[in-house]
Design a binder for this molecule. Sequence first.
Ligand SMILES: NCCCC[C@H](N)C(=O)NCC(=O)O
Length: 717
Amino acid sequence: MPDSKMDETKKKKKKTAECCGYPISIFFIVVNEFCERFSYYGMRAVLVLYFRYFLLWDDDLATSIYHAFVALCYLTPILGAIIADSWLGKFKTIIYLSIVYAVGQVVMAVSTIHDITDANRDGTPDNFTLHIALSMLGLVLIALGTGGIKPCVAAFGGDQFQEHQSRQLNTFFSVFYLCINAGSLLSTLITPVLRAQECGIHTQQQCYPLAFGVPAALMVVSLVVFIAGSGMYTKTAPEGNIMGSVCKCIWFALNNRFRHRSDIYPKREHWMDWAEEKYDKLLIAQIKMVLKVLFLYIPLPMFWTLFDQKGSRWTLQATTMTGDFGGFVLQPDQMQTVNPILILTLVPIMDRIIFPLIKKCGLNFSPLKRMTVGMLFAATAFIAAALVQMEIDKTLPNFPSSSESQLKVVNMHSESLIVTVPSQEPLLIGSFESSPDYITFDQQDIRLAFNTTPEINKDLSLIKGSRQTLIIPSEPAEMYLKEDIKSKPKEGKNAVRFVNGWTAYLNITNLESSLQPSETSNYTLVSQGMRKFTLTDGIQSCEFSRKFGFGSSYTFLIPSDLFSTDCESIKEIEDMQPNSVHMALQIPQYFLITTGEVMFSVTGLQFSYSQAPKNMKSVLQAGWLCTNAVGNIIVLIVAELGKLPKQWAEYVLFASLLVAVSIIFSIMAYFYTYIDPAEIEAEILKQQETDPDKKKKKETLEMEEKENEQEIKQTKI
Ligand SMILES: NCCCC[C@H](N)C(=O)NCC(=O)O
């Protein structure tokens, strides 16, 4: 940094107002982070639902676009860091990109107003292309904004501290992390509730505009708060195209090394020293510092690969468990809120009790050791997840493999039937009853015999890898096959269907269409709790209520005396029993992974700041965030390619991989020497001052500058 600029920074640092030893400007930065994370996580909480139920995309498309968006959010930090360190400085970059971000959130909220294209006022948008175009534009702007400012805000916060505030600087990163999680916790609780409201101009629909509008408003608040602190910040000026200089310097060093590869040339201590012919010693030293840290980052994505499965695999695991806590019921995706809740409790405990205690015991728990231990905690969390999975597997139905078929028989006939099934004892099935469980067949084509008069022999061609039910209506000769669900219903919901044994058509609430006599409905998904169905044939009606748990499946048999028994004679066949393993069993794995996160992530944030040269703080923050992006990409690849037959085995595989990676990381960390970049930079600057050659060059430069200034003055006169 030119001396004049350095003096400017120092002058500004002197003016910084303090409160309890902290720069007051920090207050604006942490509130800004809280609002920004509220905005980001709030929007993310309802994004997949918006894709699925507003844009009507299928599950695969909705999930792919969602993951692509998250990956983009972790790739754009590089762009933000380059803009900040090389061109605009962190302050202006945060302001400009926050404006882009807020505009993105507003565009996204507008895209969710169905009324803007609902000309025929039927409650669904008429021009999906416009809604899709607007939402994609909004998401790109949001990714640019959130990713772009992310490395700058943490580094800008660090810049506010002076040399005597190193203890407070470390605490700052913990408080910063607390704000992230407080924002994310509140928004993940609030935005789904906002979405569940009904709103609209012409028709009342799920209130996506409110669910996306509130995060947009929070982003505007975040920007206003940040600007409000403007007069108090320490703003380090950018030093020109630093990234360009870094790339050119590395390229020159590599080329120069290659040109002098012969043994006749004396070796140099570091390959970057081959840039000395052309580049400043300070720049070379700074690049060495950055490269050393980036090298250390290579194994880190593996941690994020495990960590980010909280939102996917672990949530899926929760859908196969029960969330009834007595006083309240937790939905599977709400289990994720355990992470920010634990962060809010664990960070203070670690900072105030655990780390000081370890220090008191005389142990050197250095940042890199903490990160290694953090990785091991995450690995243990996956072992805990595997154990829980084994418990769940014991309770899961025996689904058919890809070479097997399964069959159940439902008898809606007024008399009992004896069914002869290949390689089985004959089955006696009472009227309005079903065979006890699914029968598994290795072959696709089977022949069943029924003791009706006359006897019926039925050839069936079953579907491999599927579960089917053979419905025998009041006229057994008209029997037909219906395909059943072959996995647990999504999101912990319950799949229900009805077989109409009533003599006329029936309308049933929640079903897509009316049911003809003897017809079986498709499945409809209902959430946990008390659910009511009204059945009517247009003349008479009755109500049927039932309490559901999580993840069950039922076939309800409607008898011919439906209305005379006021719906009470409806018979229930349990096709899949409700989940019985409790979601509370996931708490240990959440506890372990969050402890790992506190040790790994908070420390990594701090480490990336402390080990970066002053002009590349944002770049190293971006490098740190990039490890997260790579981790997410690994999740996507593994999810596509490496599907193991047993989920618990996949958890154990991930845990083993992370243990292996943490061993490699600990070896790399052993050879890493912690540095004080400011000290090294000052030392080199001092050397350059005393270097006669440099001194001369500097004097000439200063003389030239003075001459230039005089010339400008004279031209003005
Ligand atoms: N809905 C879960 C939010 C988890 C937040 C996570 N613990 C975290 O701190 N992430 C870092 C970030 O910058 O968002």
